[in-house]
Design a protein around this ligand. Structure first.
Ligand code: ATP
Length: 227
């Protein structure tokens, strides 16, 4: 079985007719932790959106967790997203229900039926992010860092093959960013593959790892000292 979870070959990323990135050639292997950096507006979010099917790939080749991005149909997108865990800067939790209900909502939407199995899974993912006692809180009763941990727990529910985190610490203060990063590092150490877009260079220095940079409509790997 191939260890490649993401492969783009001569891909171009567009926002409508506007070319954002071209000649994108990257590969991510199972178990890697990869940063995607770049100044604001250089295309990090557009890149991530293409990977989770929010923007179509119309030029070049793209394969992610065994889905061909060029052949992706609207009906495939929910299934693709079950194999991906997506984490956003603004958490995107539902504020009209508590943490457990947020997680049950996702499980039910992705086909889970057995209540005991759901409860067990929820306990498992909350433990992974150190939030096992917060299931009965509403998101608005939690700090930003706690909300992001819940969002990470939610991303883990369906044992994703790849976690896409788009500026997961973008709304957090430096100390809380480090705490959330520790959670992502732990998840990575347990074997998960993570692609994280960030402009937080302090995190890169503290947790060095393979780094891709968006600049001048291109994406290329950089070595840390030239970041
Ligand atoms: N919905 C859209 N329609 C048209 N152009 C867009 C759209 N969203 C973003 N863009 C443009 O695409 C370019 C890349 O934006 P993108 O959000 O991918 O960059 P980014 O690197 O993620 O920036 P940031 O760090 O600020 O989030 C920008 O020039 C932006 O104006």
């Amino acid at each position: 079985m191939s260890n490649t979870v993401l492969h783009l070959k001569d891909a171009s990323i567009y926002q409508r007719e506007t070319l954002i990135l071209s000649e994108v050639n990257i590969e991510i292997q199972k178990g890697e932790f990869v940063y995607l950096i770049g100044k604001t507006g250089t295309g990090k979010s557009s890149f991530m959106k293409t990977l989770y099917g929010d923007l179509p790939l119309i030029e070049g080749e793209g394969n992610i967790v065994d889905y061909d991005l060029r052949k992706l149909k609207e009906k495939d997108i929910p299934f693709l997203r079950r194999k991906l865990g997506v984490v956003f800067q603004d958490f995107k939790l539902l504020n009209d229900r508590n943490v457990n209900e947020n997680l049950i909502f996702v499980l039910k939407a992705t086909g889970w039926k057995d209540r005991a199995a759901m409860d067990q899974k929820i306990a498992e993912v909350l433990k992974k992010v150190g939030m096992e006692t917060k299931g009965f809180k509403n998101p608005f009763q939690l700090s930003g860092g706690e909300q992001q941990r819940i969002a990470i727990a939610r991303a883990l529910l369906n044992d994703p093959e790849l976690i896409l985190a788009d500026e997961p610490t973008g709304n957090l203060d430096p100390q809380t960013s480090v705490e959330v990063m520790e959670v992502l590092q732990q998840i990575s150490k347990n074997g998960k593959t993570i692609l994280m877009a960030t402009h937080d260079y302090a995190l890169l220095l503290k947790y060095p790892s393979k780094t891709l940079k968006c600049d001048g409509q291109k994406v290329f790997e950089v070595v840390q000292k030239t970041v």
